[in-house]
Design a protein around this ligand. Structure first.
Ligand code: COA
Length: 161
């Protein structure tokens, strides 16, 4: 069965990689879908995020990376995919996730949403936290793959020029 793991991934972290690897033990194929979240201003473009994820996941079998602008359910319907995977880090994620899950289900009744609990060691992690620490020159190498850390420092330097 094929599932979609959507998100902003600005940038992808070890927390996301953990969810992806575990989802692949359940589903035969997983599309990591970089989507627009109109409520967020991202550091990396959609295409940059896609490229970064492809590099990070290049040794994983059964993964495909794609980008989508617009409603998530439109992508799912177009590709005839009925399962969404989301990670839950803490109780605080629950309300937001429930709201999105119910809205998506209203828009696409055949959809099922599978929640995987984030591993404890990554349960505090978020892309914003990584960006904030990196922006102040902190070490993020325990939270993101080395190639992501490098690109992040580069991008932040560009922004400060
Ligand atoms: N490890 C580390 N961080 C994690 C994580 C994990 N396992 N799971 C979630 N996060 C973090 C992300 O890094 C992100 O951090 P940030 O807020 O600092 O960027 C945050 O948790 C949640 O973001 P994400 O999972 O990327 O979701 P999102 O809220 O940015 O976007 C979409 C959710 C993409 C699914 C949603 O915006 C969407 O569906 N967009 C398309 C438009 C649409 O259909 N809208 C209607 C929805 S009902």
């Amino acid at each position: 069965m094929k599932a979609v793991y959507p998100g902003s991934f600005d940038p992808i972290t070890f927390g996301h990689v953990d969810i992806i690897k575990r989802a692949l033990t359940i589903f035969d194929e997983l599309v990591v879908l970089v989507t627009e979240n109109p409520r967020k201003k991202c550091l990396f473009s959609l295409e940059e995020r896609k490229k970064i994820i492809e590099e990070v996941l290049k040794n994983l079998k059964g993964v495909q990376v794609d980008v989508h602008k617009g409603l998530l359910v439109d992508y799912l319907k177009k590709h005839d995919i009925r399962v969404l995977v989301r990670g839950l880090r803490a109780v605080t994620d629950y309300e937001y996730e429930l709201q999105m899950a119910l809205a998506n289900k209203k828009l696409y009744n055949e959809l099922e949403i599978v929640f995987l609990t984030a591993s404890e060691k990554f349960s505090f992690l978020s892309s914003s936290l990584v960006k904030e620490v990196a922006a102040y020159g902190g070490d993020v190498t325990e939270w993101v793959p080395p190639e992501v850390a490098e690109l992040l420092y580069e991008k932040l330097k560009e922004g400060n020029r």
